[in-house]
Write a protein that binds this ligand. Structure first.
Ligand SMILES: [Mg+2]
Length: 152
C-alpha cells in the first residue's frame, strides 16, 4: 500500500495493534504551547487537557511527557500536569523500546501530541480511535468529546 500512514484508518488500526502488542497505547505529549501557554498570550487548551485527563483515567493508555524543559522547570511542568489531572506516567523516556545502542535516541510513542507535529491531525486520530470503543467517559467529558467528533 502506498503511503499507508497517510490514511487515518491505518493509523487507528495501528494504535489498537499497539495495545495488543504492548498492553498500552503510549501517548506522548509536548508541554509548551500544547498544554501550557508558553508565551503568556492568553491561550488555553481545554480540548487537549480534557483528552489527556480522559486518557489518564483509562488504563489502556500511558502518558509520556516529552519536553525540552529541564531542571526546576521540568519539575514545574510535571507538577502542572499532575495538578491538572494528567500526571505523566513517563517523562522524556522510552517505556518500550531500549534504543541505547542506536546512534540517535529517537523517542518511542504510539502517537505524539505536539503543537509542532500536526497536533490537530493527531488529536482527531485519537478521538476517532476512541469513537465506538468502550471506555470510562466521565459525564463532564461527554459534551466536549461529542462536540469535537461532530465538528471536525
Ligand atoms: Mg511545543
Amino acid at each position: 500500500m502506498e503511503d499507508r500512514y497517510l490514511r487515518q484508518k491505518e493509523c487507528i488500526d495501528r494504535l489498537w495493534g499497539e495495545l495488543k502488542k504492548y498492553d498500552h497505547i503510549y501517548v506522548a505529549f509536548d508541554f509548551d504551547n500544547t498544554v501550557f501557554d508558553f508565551h503568556n498570550i492568553g491561550d488555553t487548551f481545554p480540548r487537549m487537557e480534557t483528552l489527556l485527563r480522559f486518557l489518564k483515567r483509562n488504563e489502556e493508555f500511558k502518558l509520556i511527557l516529552f519536553t525540552c524543559n529541564g531542571g526546576d522547570k521540568l519539575l514545574e511542568c510535571i507538577e502542572y500536569c499532575k495538578n491538572n489531572g494528567y500526571e505523566p506516567d513517563y517523562v522524556n523516556e522510552n517505556p518500550v523500546v531500549n534504543n541505547a545502542h542506536y546512534v540517535v535516541q529517537k523517542p518511542y510513542y504510539s502517537i505524539l501530541l505536539d503543537d509542532r507535529a500536526g497536533l490537530g491531525e493527531a488529536y482527531l486520530t485519537l478521538l476517532a480511535a476512541l469513537k465506538g470503543k468502550i471506555f470510562t467517559i466521565e459525564e463532564e467529558d461527554k459534551p466536549l468529546f461529542e462536540d469535537q467528533l461532530l465538528n471536525y
